[in-house]
Design a protein around this ligand. Structure first.
Ligand SMILES: [Zn+2]
Length: 168
């Protein structure tokens, strides 16, 4: 599945300086992740374009970032909190009508549910041109839930196009 298909209305978000700024910050957050396979970053932006919260994928605060656990998927998955969820949980204010920017993967279905419940009304994402096969079902659920809940979903580009390292 090409990530472009996730865009609910086929719209690619404008390449304005504020969008680039948001993705620059999300990219800086992604670099903070200790996950050796996928480093994701997210930023939640208020309607006046100031930053409400940031997040990246990782274990909860105080839980040791043992590489032996981070490199072992059955040990990692139950512990890890995704970038979008970390940003939502880090925020200290209501997030109604805010916008979340994330990459280099679109939100999974569980994060999509949290985004909807937090009142966020727009999601911009960067994603690899081709998503891993096992993500296809998940991403269709995300797109369907956002569509039903009235959350605008905008595909912005690939990690390379916004100047992100894929890994490292
Ligand atoms: Zn997620």
């Amino acid at each position: 599945m090409r990530s472009r298909e996730l865009s609910s209305d086929g719209r690619i978000w404008s390449n304005d300086k504020w969008t680039r700024y948001a993705f620059d910050i999300a990219g800086a957050c992604a670099k903070m992740s200790k996950d050796p396979s996928t480093k994701c970053g997210a930023v939640i932006v208020r309607s006046n374009r100031t930053i409400a919260a940031t997040g990246w994928n990782g274990f909860p605060r105080g839980v040791r970032d043992d590489m032996s656990l981070l490199e072992n998927r059955p040990e990692k998955y139950p512990r890890i909190i995704h970038a979008e969820m970390n940003a939502i949980l880090s925020a200290r204010e209501p997030l109604d009508n805010y916008t979340l920017f994330v990459g280099p993967m679109p939100p999974c279905a569980r994060c999509a549910g949290a985004i909807i419940q937090a009142g966020i009304k727009g999601v911009g994402f960067v994603a690899p041109d081709r998503l891993p096969e096992h993500w296809e079902h998940e991403m269709r659920i995300t797109a369907d839930m956002f569509h039903q809940a009235g959350v605008a979903l905008g595909y912005y580009g690939t990690p390379e196009s916004v100047g992100w390292p894929i890994n490292g």
